[in-house]
Design a protein around this ligand. Structure first.
Ligand code: PLP
Length: 405
């Protein structure tokens, strides 16, 4: 018998067991289906509908056109850590927003998006069999990153009763002698949850008591609609045990530029840099210059986009509740996570039928782990017109399939 990846006569898979362990993304099936259909409104992809603000694009174009001082020619690699000017700008940005200070010479690493930063963190930190606690429902990349680094992801469920805010007691219950790290991702993808300061303090206490390293993915930090974001490293005692991951993709609408960063204790950042220098060398140079501009002049644009997301968020939450799909109010990122229990369908059936009958794409909650069952993720980083149209179609669909009052 041949197995996945083997040719005739081979009984052993050529694909590593680690990669075989990674489940195919639960989202992929829908996007394959979607690609074959016309007139679909997609609330599926977690990507801003805005184009990167003009000043950022212009800075990149201008840099290419004028060339640069000889020692920093644009068409070359940068330092493995990233351009010093960008690292300094990141340090100033974090200091200004959160009063946390990082040394640009050894505590900041510029990466190919938060995606690469997460992978580097896992590879730099984990030994075979180390356990990593991952709140569920979870962003789809966290578990695969842990597995690829030889670790074991351990899900920590979050519940709609708590507006999907991670609770310290639920973490503590899953700690074993092998637990090495905890992943945090707030504001959250897929639920839109943000943590309260009490939640964060409770989690910090657990991290301290059990000597956990915290990998805090704060890519949505600037997309918070009610109150202020608290950076996990700003909590007493957390800076020395936290790797903070930050990005440009969401707040500055720069998904295609592939740029992000990690900050943390020098020893960990140096270890991540060692992996990064062999797999990526450096983040794209042109994108690094664009990122400097984003941090220098992007505040107003971020504010403008945040206001629009906020309006769409309120519209979507109200629409779901009106049509009978209970939806708690997400306070950050750009996702809603309504319950679809009123239809009696599984989240996968719901998403598939909705796509076939009304040509609206949402992501089944089960794609984000078992605790996502009974929910779907709908992204409001689509235009308001599209959202209005999608909500009408979903209301029609829900009325047709409702099984409970
Ligand atoms: N982390 C979260 C929670 C995300 O939602 C995403 C993208 O959807 C990423 C990381 C990836 O970010 P980047 O584009 O910086 O690689």
């Amino acid at each position: 018998m041949t197995t996945n990846g083997s040719g005739p006569g081979h009984s052993r898979s050529r694909v590593s067991q680690r990669v075989q362990q990674i489940p195919a993304s639960g989202i992929r099936k829908f996007f394959d289906l979607l690609a074959s259909m016309n007139g679909v409104i997609s609330l599926g992809v977690g990507e801003p509908d805005f184009v990167t603000p003009w000043a950022i694009r212009d800075a990149a174009i201008h840099t290419i056109q004028r060339g640069l001082p000889e020692e920093e020619v644009l068409t070359h690699y940068t330092s493995n850590y990233g351009l010093m000017e960008l690292r300094r700008a990141i340090a100033r940005h974090l200091e200004k927003l959160y009063r946390v200070s990082y040394d640009p010479t050894q505590e900041i690493l510029v990466t190919v998006g938060v995606s690469e930063a997460m992978d580097l963190a896992m590879r730099a930190l984990l030994d075979p069999g180390d356990e990593v606690l991952v709140p569920e429902p979870t962003y789809v990349a966290y578990n695969p990153c842990v597995i690829l680094a030889g670790g074991k992801p351990v899900g920590v469920p979050t519940y709609v009763e708590h507006d999907f805010r991670l609770q310290a007691a639920d973490i503590e219950r899953r700690i074993t002698p092998k637990t090495k790290a905890l992943v945090l991702g707030y504001p959250n993808n897929p639920t839109g949850a943000v943590l309260s300061s009490e939640d964060m303090q409770g989690i910090a206490d657990v991290a301290h008591r059990h000597d956990l390293i915290v990998i805090s993915d704060e890519i949505y930090d600037q997309l918070v609609y009610d109150g202020e974001h608290t950076c996990f490293t700003s909590l007493t005692g957390m800076r020395e045990r936290t790797v903070l991951l930050g990005g440009f993709s969401k707040a500055y609408a720069m998904t295609g530029w592939r740029i992000g960063y990690a900050t943390g204790p020098a020893q960990i950042i140096e270890a991540m840099m060692k992996v990064h220098q062999y797999v990526a060398m450096c983040a794209p140079t042109i994108s690094q210059y664009a990122a400097i501009e984003a941090l220098t002049s992007g505040d107003g644009e971020v504010q403008r986009m945040r206001e629009q997301y906020n309006y769409r968020r309120q519209y979507m939450v109200a629409s779901f509740n009106q049509m009978g799909l209970d939806c708690f109010e997400p306070k950050g990122a750009f996702y809603t996570f309504p319950s679809i229990r009123a239809t009696g369908m599984t989240s996968e059936d719901f998403a598939e039928c909705l796509l076939r009958e009304e040509q609206v794409a949402v992501v089944p909650g089960s794609a984000f782990g078992a605790s996502g069952e009974g929910f779907v993720r709908a992204c409001y980083a689509a235009s308001l017109d599209q959202i209005k149209d999608a909500m009408e179609r979903m209301a029609r669909f829900t009325a047709k399939h409702r099984v409970t009052e």
